[in-house]
Design a protein around this ligand. Sequence first.
Ligand code: ATP
Ligand code: MG
Length: 441
Amino acid sequence: MNKVLFVDDDDDLCRASVQSLSLAGFDVDCVQSAGEALGAIDAGFDGVVVSDIRMPGMDGLELLDRIVALDPDMPVILISGHVDVPTAMGALRCGAYDVLEKPYSAEQLVAAVERALERRQLVTENRRLRQTTTPDADDSPLFGHSPAMVQLRRTIAQVAPIGVDVLIQGETGTGKGLVAEMLHAASRRRGQLMTVDCGALPAGLVEAELFGSVADGLPGSRMPRTGRIEQASRGTLFLDDIDALGNGVQLGLQRVLEHREVTPIGATSARPVDLRVVSASSVDLEEAAREGKFRMSLFYRLNSVTLRLPPLRERREDIVPLFRRFVVQTSARLGIDPPALEARTFRHLEKHDWPGNVRELLRFAENFALGLDDSGPREPSLLEETDLKSRLEAFETELIEEALTAAAGDVSRACAALKLPRKTFYYRLQKLGVDLARFRS
Ligand SMILES: Nc1ncnc2c1ncn2[C@@H]1O[C@H](COP(=O)(O)OP(=O)(O)OP(=O)(O)O)[C@@H](O)[C@H]1O
Ligand SMILES: [Mg+2]
């Protein structure tokens, strides 16, 4: 880990500094503007940014602001032609790691970068440690062993503690609300999770609801109201179904995000807010923006990090384990034994497309636990079987399947429950055509 991103519009200075840093063994990249710098790094960038303060367009101080918003622990060293004390103090207060005055020697530059990298390494190591102690799939409320879910849990653990804004995209029922709750729970923010269901805000009251309002002093008229945005300060503002917001409100919201302050209706001055914005949408927001249905500039403010939740049909390996988990949870809540799985239930789990995703699967599992399985026609019941041998075999199959379900496919436990020797158990499985793999997640 020895990356340095050097940002300066002065060609000569860039070349000289890159040379000194490369000679000292750093892996240096040079860009000529703040915009390019922001394109070259993300929250996981494990290096140091060294930037000139005076640059055309976005200057070094604004770049610092944007980097701090991306990852407050990323070290930024600022370079200035004339460092007066107030500028230097201001930069340090805004989160700069160090300020270097021009002209500086190669040694000064290398020493500053070395110190900053050391600190970055420490932060990265700590994050890694926190990640390895992140609850694994079985403890996490977000369940599933598919690669997409494993990666999603990892990303949530990574971005939750950083104040970065997150956009969650996914079809209905894929877990967007759940992910928003997890992001807030694992953040270091002490305020509340303020959920705003943008699709359900009463028309005509949306602005007042979001931005708040001050009394207008006229008898019987407008009441003062603290807006949801202000209530979310120091916590997380969760804008659910954000695509439902009208164009005017989108513009107002964009200003709030840009300046991190809100002006209630009728107020003459803005109030600062400390926000972390998580938004969710089941329509593709980028596509909506391209089609002119959503403000492109707001989209770019919302999506510092985008989490995509795949539909259940694209991670079918999660279906049966999720179903099992939901059945066990529901049965435990109701104080009843989980019912035995039947072939028709499995068939439904395997064949159905689950357009309502995890929510639909959860409802199905709850109904199943309650004995209200409506997944298809029942196989002929035991009583309808004619000969004794078939009836006994059907009964035996049911008992074995029940034991395997309770043991989650663990043969030793199923054998113990049925008091059967292992060899006999395997023989009976083969004879009755019971597929062991079906019971293992
Ligand atoms: N991976 C998962 N593991 C466990 N439970 C899940 C998982 N994904 C979703 N759920 C549960 O499924 C239900 C639906 O999820 P959620 O409400 O978060 O979906 P959503 O994407 O917000 O849907 P909508 O777009 O309709 O608002 C919730 O009860 C949630 O707890
Ligand atoms: Mg939701």
